[in-house]
Design a protein around this ligand. Structure first.
Ligand code: DGT
Ligand code: CA
Ligand code: CA
Ligand code: ZN
Length: 581
């Protein structure tokens, strides 16, 4: 994303926050928030735009276009400066406290003079909030509960959020003198869909300066533990981050230990004990003599346990140790194996970017092929029509030669409550790829839901079932269906199951990926991108497929184009089982 877009989006978001705290109209606050998202997601560098060009960005009207222009020309916005003068800087961070809306953020500031998260936590601790007008013991307790849950894993953190935060902190730590290595460990390194807290590991001969830098970062709301080699902090958003600093020579054993999972570690320790050894975060030792056997790298520790290195995404004690002992670890799919994205949107429906911009971004990522799968007519809000779809197909064909990438014209159908789909078979046959998904009636009974999805799987034109369980990690439980039956039908009919890479979905998840593979079904790892930056979510989808032990042979969008096209033709016999591995 261009930097001026980032800066302008940040400006608009600050505007929204300050307006909210200052008691501005909710619709106005929302308008600024929407504009912030639109500018952040806009693939055009807004530095090059005039007022008309800015106005043309969805969700940015003439009024906000002028504000952005003022910001781009002068580096500030007068009205925003006035708001800033009204609201102290720390008060804005109160909006990040879960359970405290803008109205109450304004109240605790105006009534109690609270201007930071730390002061708020102190006031909670001293029970000073319950005496405010409109509060009481109950609302104070609710806030304590909300803060506590956010801070203790009651609410787990989305993988994408956690990784972004970890990378930001690590960039700061890596810049310190005498830091040899720095990385994230724990459930984040194993790429679990959500993480309870973030575990960071640094190798350095000198821990103190690292601890000092860590505990004084701008995003720290509270230091929970400050030790010589271990510290824990809470960020202003309520995320706990643990940091250990280890001696460089025990980097491998420490990384192995703090990556976990705990169950995987226990298996390794048992193996060590049986071989007359001891395994800890400090190294692998001879149990009798305490002589150090290995510690410097993970590979060395695994090797002395007579094991090959096991990828972090499968360290869950779900058969990986047994497989490693037999020399049968899966050859996991890697990001570099992915040759194209098979589920993406443009601004013809609810995407933000144009077809040209999305295609150029796909090409820039080195993809060989790229499918455009805008929504179909039955998702009424998107206003898709047969004419628009055909026009897009024409556009794609014209774009293709110059684009230097194979473009697949597709669509994302809506699996209706009875399993029927948008458009008839004749029309659907005209698409290069057809993705189908459930967008409504999520609460049907298991039998009805299973029959509904089976009908889509068995449709001769449907190639991929997208985000199959419909789960939203923060907001919606997965639908209930007989997945094994669906996977068997998918294998039989040559229909792939999607691993949706959006960190809000990660759907199928690792466990279901594994079951799908056992049933003989193929998978597609797709981003469902609605904007250019979403294309980079592919790495989360790949990690999720890895958690399901998938190799590139299982993933149709790692295949060469010819093989992919044969699969998409669906009527031809499915690829041989022994072609897979
Ligand atoms: P989370 O944070 O709940 O998403 O999950 P993890 O796996 O990141 O767990 P966490 O943060 O409690 O600990 C990080 C790693 O440290 C964990 O994966 C394995 C290791 N570890 C922590 N406690 C123990 C323990 O009691 N025994 C062993 N063997 N390893 C532990
Ligand atoms: Ca953790
Ligand atoms: Ca931890
Ligand atoms: Zn989609």
């Amino acid at each position: 994303m261009p930097r001026s877009n980032d800066a302008a989006a940040q400006m608009l978001q600050e505007f929204a926050d300050l307006l909210a705290i200052a008691g501005g109209e909710p619709f106005k606050v929302r308008a600024y928030e929407k504009a912030a998202r639109a500018v952040a997601g806009s693939p055009t560098d807004i530095a090059d735009l005039d007022e008309k060009g800015l106005d043309a960005i969805p969700s940015v009207g003439a009024h906000l276009a002028r504000k952005i222009l003022e910001f781009l020309r002068t580096g500030s916005v007068e009205e925003l400066e006035e708001l800033r003068a009204q609201v102290p800087a720390g008060v804005r961070s109160l909006l990040d406290v879960p359970g405290l809306g803008p109205v109450r953020a304004h109240q605790v500031y105006a009534e109690l003079g609270i201007t930071s998260v730390t002061e708020l936590l102190d006031a909670l601790h001293e029970h000073r909030l319950q005496h405010l007008p409109g509060w009481g013991e109950r609302s104070e307790a609710n806030l304590v509960q909300a803060v506590h849950e956010a801070h203790t894993g009651g609410a787990r953190i989305q993988l994408g959020v956690a990784l972004g935060l970890a990378e930001e902190i690590l960039a700061g730590l890596c810049a310190l003198p005498r830091v040899r290595q720095a990385t994230y460990a724990g459930s984040l390194r194993r790429m679990c869909a959500t993480v309870g807290d973030i575990d960071l590991l640094v190798a350095s001969e000198e821990a103190e300066p690292v601890m000092e830098a860590f505990c004084t970062m701008a995003l720290v709301a509270r230091v929970l533990v400050r030790g010589d080699t271990k510290s824990s902090i809470l960020t202003t958003k309520g995320v706990q981050v643990d940091l250990r600093v280890v001696e460089p020579h025990s980097w491998g054993s420490a990384l192995l230990y703090f990556t976990g999972s705990k169950a995987h570690n226990i298996r390794l320790r048992e193996m060590a004990v049986r071989a007359g050894q001891k395994l800890s975060e400090y190294g692998l030792f001879d149990a009798d003599t305490d002589r150090l056997i290995a510690a410097e790298t993970e590979e060395a520790v695994y090797a002395r346990l007579r094991l090959p290195w096991i990828p972090p995404t499968i360290r869950e004690d779900s058969g990986e140790v047994e497989a490693a002992l037999l020399g049968e670890l899966p050859d996991l799919v890697e990001l570099r194996d992915v040759r194209g994205d098979l589920h993406t949107h443009t601004d013809l429906t609810d995407g933000i970017a144009t077809l040209e911009v999305m295609v150029a971004a796909a090409k820039a990522r080195g993809y060989r092929y790229y499918a455009v799968t805008d929504h179909a007519p039955l998702l009424y809000m998107q206003r898709m029509t047969t004419e628009k779809a055909l026009e897009q197909r024409l556009q794609i064909r014209q774009l293709e030669d110059a684009a230097g990438i194979t473009l697949l014209h597709g669509t994302e159908l809506n699996i209706q409550p009875d399993g029927s789909l948008d458009w008839d078979e004749d029309f659907l046959a005209g698409f290069d790829i057809v993705v189908a998904s459930v967008h409504s009636a999520f609460r049907q009974s298991r039998d009805v839901m299973t029959a509904r999805i089976l009908r889509a799987v068995e449709h001769p034109c449907v190639n991929v079932i997208a985000h199959p369980t419909g789960r939203s990690i923060a907001r919606r439980a997965p639908i209930d269906a007989d997945w094994d039956e669906i996977f068997r039908a998918a294998a039989r009919t040559g229909t792939a199951l999607e691993v949706n890479s959006s960190p809000d979905r990660l759907d199928l998840d690792g466990d279901l990926v594994r079951r799908a593979r056992h049933a003989g079904a193929f998978l597609a790892i797709s981003t469902d991108a609605h904007a250019v930056p979403h294309l980079d979510n592919m790495r989360f989808g790949v990690a999720t497929a890895q958690r399901g032990w998938a190799g590139s042979a299982d993933i149709i969008n790692t295949w060469p184009l010819g093989k992919l096209r044969r699969f998409l033709a669906k009527h031809s016999p499915a690829p041989d089982a022994d072609q897979r591995r």
